[in-house]
Design a protein around this ligand. Structure first.
Ligand code: CP
Length: 313
C-alpha cells in the first residue's frame, strides 16, 4: 500500500462537514482497501493495539458487520456492545456511557442512535473518535460514501450524472448523506416521493424535488431506492402500501422507460414488493450486493484514515 494522508479530524459525523478533498481521500483509500479485503489473508497491522467499540441503539446487519470486518482487516480489537444487555437498560445516559468507555482505553466508538445529533453530542463530551453509523433522520455517512464509491466504480466521474433518490426522503439519513456527498462531487440529485415524505428544506441542500417517478427515471444514470421506514413514521404518510408501490415502487414495467445502462441501488434492508419488486432487486441493473461488498472497503478506509493513516504500509 502506498503512503496515504490521514483525515485531520477526530470524528466522522456526517458528509455535510467533510470537504471535497476529504471525500476524495476516503474514496481513493477505499480502492486500496478493496484490494486488501480481497487478499487470501486480508490483514494489515495498521491498527494493532487499537480498541474499537460498536454501540448501536438501533438494529443493524450490514453496517455493524462491515465495521467489524474492517477493524479486523486492520488488526484492531473490536467489542460490540449489545444495548439490550448493557447498563443503558438501567437508565445510564449516552454521555455517561461514552465517558465510561473512554476511560477504559477505547480509541473509537462507532455508534448508531435513533436521535439525530446523538453522535455530535457524544463527540463533544470525549476525546476519542466518534463515528456516526446512522443518527435518526440526520446522516448515515458511511452509507453515503459506499453508495458514491459504487457509483464511481460503475460510471467514473459523477459530475453532471443524474441520481434519482426515491421514497421516504423525510425519514432517510441515507438520502441526506447521499445529497451532501453527491452535490459536492457535482452530481445532479433529484429526490422523488409522495409530498408527505419530502422535507421542505431539501432543496436548500442542493437537491431538486419531483413527484413524478416515471418522468425522472427516463434520463437517470442512477436510481437509489430507499426503504419505507415504518419504525420512524408517526402517522400514515400514504394511503396504502399498494398505492405507494404503484406510484413510487420500481418494477419491471417501469424499468422499460429507463436508460439501458441505468444503475439501480438500495441501501438495504429491502421491503420486497414495496420499493422494489424482486424482479428488479435481483435483476440486471442492480448493484445492491456490490454496495454491501464496498461497505467493507469504505469502512476499512475510514478507520485507517481516522485512526491510523499516519503509519502507512
Ligand atoms: N444500510 C444499512 O444501514 O443497513 P443495516 O441497517 O443493516 O446496517
Amino acid at each position: 500500500m502506498n503512503k496515504v494522508k490521514s483525515l485531520n479530524r477526530k470524528d466522522l459525523l456526517g458528509l455535510k462537514e467533510l470537504t471535497l478533498e476529504e471525500i476524495k481521500l476516503i474514496l481513493k483509500t477505499a480502492h486500496s482497501m478493496k484490494e486488501v479485503a480481497a487478499r487470501p489473508i486480508p490483514k494489515v497491522p495498521t491498527l494493532l493495539g487499537k480498541h474499537i467499540i460498536t454501540l448501536f441503539y438501533e438494529a443493524s446487519t450490514r453496517t455493524r458487520t462491515s465495521f467489524n470486518m474492517a477493524a479486523k482487516i486492520l488488526s484492531a480489537n473490536i467489542t460490540n456492545i449489545a444495548v439490550a444487555s448493557s447498563s443503558i437498560v438501567k437508565g445510564e445516559n449516552l454521555i455517561d456511557t461514552i465517558k465510561n468507555l473512554e476511560v477504559m482505553g477505547v480509541d473509537a466508538i462507532i455508534m448508531r442512535h435513533s436521535m439525530a445529533g446523538a453522535p455530535h453530542l457524544a463527540a463533544k463530551h470525549c476525546n476519542i473518535s466518534i463515528i456516526n453509523a446512522g443518527d435518526g433522520f440526520d446522516e448515515h455517512p458511511t452509507q453515503g460514501l459506499l453508495d458514491i464509491f459504487t457509483m464511481q466504480e460503475k460510471k467514473g466521474s459523477l459530475k453532471n450524472k443524474k441520481v434519482v433518490i426515491v421514497g421516504d426522503i423525510l425519514h432517510s439519513r441515507v438520502a441526506r448523506s447521499n445529497i451532501w456527498g453527491l452535490t459536492k462531487l457535482g452530481a445532479k440529485v433529484v429526490v422523488v416521493g409522495p409530498p408527505t415524505m419530502i422535507p421542505k428544506d431539501i432543496e436548500e441542500m442542493g437537491a431538486m424535488v419531483s413527484y413524478d417517478l416515471d418522468r425522472e427515471i427516463r434520463d437517470a444514470d442512477f436510481i437509489n431506492m430507499l426503504r419505507i421506514q415504518k419504525e420512524r413514521q408517526e402517522k400514515g404518510l400514504f394511503p396504502s402500501i399498494e398505492e405507494y408501490a404503484a406510484l413510487y415502487g420500481l418494477n419491471a414495467e417501469r424499468m422499460k422507460q429507463a436508460k439501458k445502462d441505468v444503475v439501480v441501488m438500495h441501501p438495504g434492508p429491502i421491503n420486497r414488493g414495496v420499493e422494489l419488486t424482486s424482479e428488479v432487486a435481483d435483476g440486471p441493473y442492480n448493484v445492491i450486493l456490490e454496495q454491501v461488498t464496498n461497505g467493507v472497503a469504505v469502512r476499512t478506509a475510514l478507520l485507517f484514515l481516522l485512526l491510523g493513516g499516519k503509519n502507512s504500509h
